[in-house]
Each structure stands twice: as C-alpha cells, then as structure tokens.
Design a protein around this ligand. Structure first.
Ligand SMILES: Cc1cc2nc3c(=O)[nH]c(=O)nc-3n(C[C@H](O)[C@H](O)[C@H](O)COP(=O)(O)OP(=O)(O)OC[C@H]3O[C@@H](n4cnc5c(N)ncnc54)[C@H](O)[C@@H]3O)c2cc1C
Length: 535
C-alpha cells in the first residue's frame, strides 16, 4: 500500500470499499490527484468479503449477445420495485418524485458506461456472473418471471480474474481497483478515520479532519470530497432510530458505523431512504454480539425444512429472495403489541442436517453447532427451542413459544408434507421461480418440487432460531444525479459528493437482483469521482 506525500490533493475520497475505490480510480483517470482515506486496517470494506457481483442494465456483454434491455421497460421494472406504493406505469415519471425518477434514469444511463470506463482505463475486467448453472449468461434474475422484466438473465456481472470457476469475487474486485490506484499514485491511507469536514465561508467543503495513529490532522482538498463510508449498520442507536424493526445481525465491516450520517447532518444534508436496508437472515445466535457475520442466509438449505413463528405456523416462503423474505420479521403483532416474528424457528430433518452440501449457517467446522437444537420428537424439540428462547429473553424482547406451538408445528409439517408430495406449496408458492430452485441440490429422488420433500417420519428433528440480518443499511444523506449531496433546502452542498451505502440509495427500497448494492455503489462512485475531479 502506498503512503504518498500529497498534502492538498484535488480530491479526497473517504472509504475504500465498493464505491470509494471506483470514485478514486475515476477521479485519478480524470487527471486529479487523489488521497483515499480508509478507517480500517486494509482497503476493501464490505466489498472485499462480498461475492462481488454488480447488477448492470444494458451492459456490453448483453449487447454483444444481441440481447436488448430497452430503457423505458427497464425503468418501469426498476421503478415498480423501488417505489411500489407510488408507481404508476402511465405517469411521465412513473408516479415517482422527479428527483427519484432522475436517479433511476441516471443509473440506467450510466451503469454500463461506468463499467466500460473502468475497463477502458485498465482498472477492471468484467464478465457475466457466474458462468454456472449450465448457462453462460449466469444465474437467473431474482424477478425473472415478472412480465415487466424483459431481461431474465445477464445483468449480473462480476470481475473477470481469469478463473472461470464460480467463486466469490469481492477480493478480485478490490484487488483490480487497488492495483490500478497504486499504479496511478493514488495515496491510500489505511487507519485514517474522517471525523469531520470543514468548509469555507461560502459553504464549499474544503477538507476533512482525520483521526489516525499520529493523532488528529486536517487535510485540504483543492476540488472536492467524496464520501463512500458504508452504512450505519454498526451504529445500534441509529438502527433503533431509523429502521422499521430490530435487525439482529450485520455482515458489513464493523467500521461502518454511520460516520457520514452524523457528518452529513452537521452540514445540513437532507436524509432519505432511512428505513431501508439490504436484508437477509442469520442464525440469531450467530448474529447477536458478533462484530460481523461472515455472510447472510442467502437461500436456506434443505427441502425437508420449514420456518415457523412462535405459534408454530409457517409465515413466509422460505426460499423467497432473501431481501424480501427477511421482511417477514418486521410484521407487527397487533394482539401481542410487538414484533413477535423477530425470531422465526427453522425446523429440519436428518437428511438436511447431514447433507454434505449443507451451507451456512447449517453447522460446520467454521460455524460450530451450538445454535442447532435437536430432539427425537417434535414435542421435545419444541421444549428445547423454548428453553433456548428463555435464555435469549434479554436479546429478543421476551419472545417465547406460544402454548399451542408443538401442536401447530405438527400440523404445519403435515400440511407441508402433503404439498411436497404434490409439488405445490398452497400457502407460499415455494419453489415456483427459477431463482428459488437454481441453488438447490436434489436431496430426494422423485419429488416434483426440488425445494420441498416430506419430513422423515422419525426423529431426530432439528431447529435453529432465525433472525433478520443485513449486509448494511441503504439510507443516509440524499444525493442528486451528479452524486452531489443535497441539503435540507434541496441545494447541493458545494464540494461534497457521496456514493454507496452511506447515502440514500438511488434505488429506493429495491434489491432488483443480485449485485444491486454494488451496481449502485460502482455507478454513483464513478459519477462522484468524475464530477469531483472536474471540480
Ligand atoms: C458476504 C457478502 C456478500 C455480498 N455479496 C454482494 C454481491 O455479490 N453483490 C452486491 O451488490 N453486494 C454484495 N454484498 C454487499 C456489498 O458488499 C456492500 O453493499 C457494498 O460493499 C457497499 O459498498 P460501500 O462502498 O457503500 O461500503 P463498503 O464496501 O463497506 O466500504 C465502506 C468503507 O468505508 C470505510 N469507512 C467507514 N467510515 C469511515 C470513516 N469515517 N473514514 C474512513 N473510512 C471509513 C469502511 O472501513 C469501509 O472500508 C455482500 C456483502 C457480504 C457481506
């Protein structure tokens, strides 16, 4: 890692993750001198731990295959998922506020351009993600079956590091960008936490105050400062204030404590999208108290497996897309006046428990098995779960199993067994879309729906307590289509740009498909870096 001597660079970028690395590379490619300040011990942020997939509409790989991703249709698809309560298909801005619509159009127009720019300057190589599932276009879209989605495959990209086998590419994403930055003399300073910004009398942001081992120092930027400091997932007070319900596990790096939320507010920034986060699930006990969880429950493993609430009833399609499924935890129980689905109980049988392909958070050498309970019968399993919930009372707000849990669980299992035999989940449509089936190895021969199989008639049976989790939050200071941060009066704060999870997501509440967070971070990181460099 280079430690240069530039004291007043043109551009200061804060945060060396998915958005900051791109912002720094883009600013450098525009001829600006750049200092990249990173609070953690290494560059990479959450991005380095990620799969590294980015969702890019109308990308050059699609074009090369002759697959059209027309603007109007793609915008309608995105707008519907981003702002479902406002969406009007025939309205000139699709029912969205002008600023929201402009950010979506900017994303559509600039995303492919951003990747092509990074490739043109030699900062990144891309390809479809991943070339698995027997299809070169990669895995299906999360919403492949929707009539308003004209491109069911091929918007997911990943960095191409020459290895065609499927595997996480977050490290490669970071490595390619850092290599470019080092080659172009960008001064990357790890262990440098920005705690404040300072502005001139005209309100133009002129530099930052940094906390480092040497103490506090200030660093002036000749043109602009770009924030890319991740979300506020690790600020429990902010999470309690803004998020709709408790989210008990966070996969973002622990340095993402929402610094830009406070810094932005101190400058009068408008806040937006504060109730949204990039969601998933975790085994509750692996999440609570952990500095971060290594990954979320993407699609929970197993066919003889269901999730029930504290009454013993199924409440959600267990194989639904993670960010949609996790919102089942936010349901308000009007009878009990609390979020009684804050925890759900995953139950499964021995075939699932012992299968060699079982994946996180199923027990394994890397996660242990203390979070998995087992018992010979459903009734005894219910007792074991309730005893564990009793231990967790201080962390759950007091959730315990209802008295009729065991009887309801047995009924839920019996109904699921019937549906598994017919292949049709009458309650939640499990296994009805391509994304729900594409990760599922066949555990039982002859079942009509690969995601469902009747439970074994004899125990042992197993249970795991499940909670909501997030990659990171998706709200913060609002940006415009130039990635400038906007104040409460709707004016850009001069010299201040933002991208990634530290700002209000230009995608609203949507997770259009795999790679949406990095696709947005990359695109608006590119826009921020370009405009910051141009001053
Ligand atoms: C296991 C896993 C898999 C994932 N897979 C995908 C995927 O395939 N596709 C996808 O789109 N998303 C994925 N994500 C989510 C994705 O990694 C994040 O959404 C993305 O990295 C956010 O980018 P960012 O630049 O906003 O934040 P980050 O990448 O987290 O970077 C923020 C950086 O800012 C630094 N920072 C914070 N405060 C300060 C400060 N005050 N001063 C200086 N530096 C500071 C942090 O230390 C951090 O390095 C995944 C996440 C995980 C954990």
């Amino acid at each position: 890692m280079t430690v240069g001597t530039v004291e007043s660079p043109d551009v200061i970028v804060v945060g060396a993750g998915a958005a900051g690395l791109v912002a720094a590379a883009t600013a450098a490619s525009e001829g600006a001198t750049v200092v990249l300040l990173e609070r953690g011990p290494v560059a990479g942020g959450t991005a380095i731990h990620s799969i590294g997939e980015f969702w890019i509409p109308n990308n050059r790989h699609l074009q090369a295959c002759g697959i059209a991703d027309p603007r109007a249709e793609c915008l309608r698809f995105m707008a519907q998922l981003s702002y479902p309560d406002a969406f009007q298909p025939e309205h000139p801005s699709l029912g969205l506020a002008d600023a929201q619509y402009e950010l979506l159009t900017t994303f559509y127009d600039e995303a492919a351009r951003a990747v092509e720019h990074l490739e043109a300057i030699g900062a990144m190589r891309s390809r479809f993600s991943p070339a698995a599932y027997g299809d070169a276009l990669g895995h299906p879209e999360y919403h492949a079956e929707r009539a308003d989605n004209l491109v069911p495959q091929g918007r997911h990209l990943i960095v191409d590091d020459g290895d065609p086998a499927f595997g996480p590419r977050g490290e490669a994403y970071v490595h390619q960008l850092v290599t470019y930055l080092e080659k172009h003399s960008v001064d990357i300073r790890v262990g440098h936490r920005v705690v404040e910004v300072f502005s001139g009398s005209d309100g133009h942001v002129e530099g930052v105050v940094v906390e480092a081992e040497e103490g506090l120092m200030s660093l002036r930027a000749r043109r602009a400062v770009v924030f890319a400091t991740g979300g506020f997932g690790h600020d429990p007070a902010a999470c309690a204030t803004y998020l709709p319900a408790p989210i008990d596990a966070v996969a973002a790096v622990s340095t993402n404590t929402g610094d830009f939320l406070r810094i932005g507010m101190s400058l009068g920034a408008a806040l937006g999208n504060m109730t949204n986060a990039y969601l998933g699930n975790a085994a509750f006990e692996l999440g609570i108290g952990a500095p971060r969880i290594p990954q979320l429950t993407h699609f929970p493993f197993g066919d003889s497996m269901i999730w029930v609430d504290c009454t013993g009833n199924r409440v959600v399609n267990e194989k639904a897309v993670f960010t949609e499924r996790a919102q089942a935890h936010f349901w308000w129980d009007a009878e009990r006046s609390r979020h009684s689905r804050r925890v759900l109980i995953q139950v499964f049988d021995r075939t699932v428990r012992e299968h060699p392909a079982a994946r996180y958070p199923m027990p394994g050498a890397d996660v242990g098995d203390a979070h998995v309970l087992s018992a010979p019968t459903w009734r005894e399993l219910a007792e074991a779960v309730d005893a564990r919930l009793a231990e967790l009372v201080p962390r759950t707000g007091g959730i315990r199993l209802e008295p009729n849990f065991a009887a309801n669980l047995e009924r839920s299992v019996a109904r699921f067994d019937e549906d598994a035999r017919s292949g049709v989940d009458r309650d939640f449509g499990r296994g009805a879309t391509a994304i729900q089936t594409c990760y599922e190895p066949r555990l039982h021969e002859g079942t009509p729906n690969v995601t469902m199989a009747p439970f074994a008639t004899d125990g042992p049976y197993y249970a795991m307590i499940i909670g909501a989790a997030m990659f990171d939050t998706a709200g913060g200071p609002v940006i415009n289509s130039r990635a400038e941060v906007i104040d409460v009066l709707g004016q850009p704060i001069p010299g201040l740009y933002g991208a990634g999870c530290c700002v209000a997501s230009p995608g609203g509440r949507a997770y259009w498909s795999g790679g949406a967070p990095i696709g947005l971070a990359l695109t608006f990181g590119y826009i921020a870096g370009r405009n910051a460099a141009r001053g």
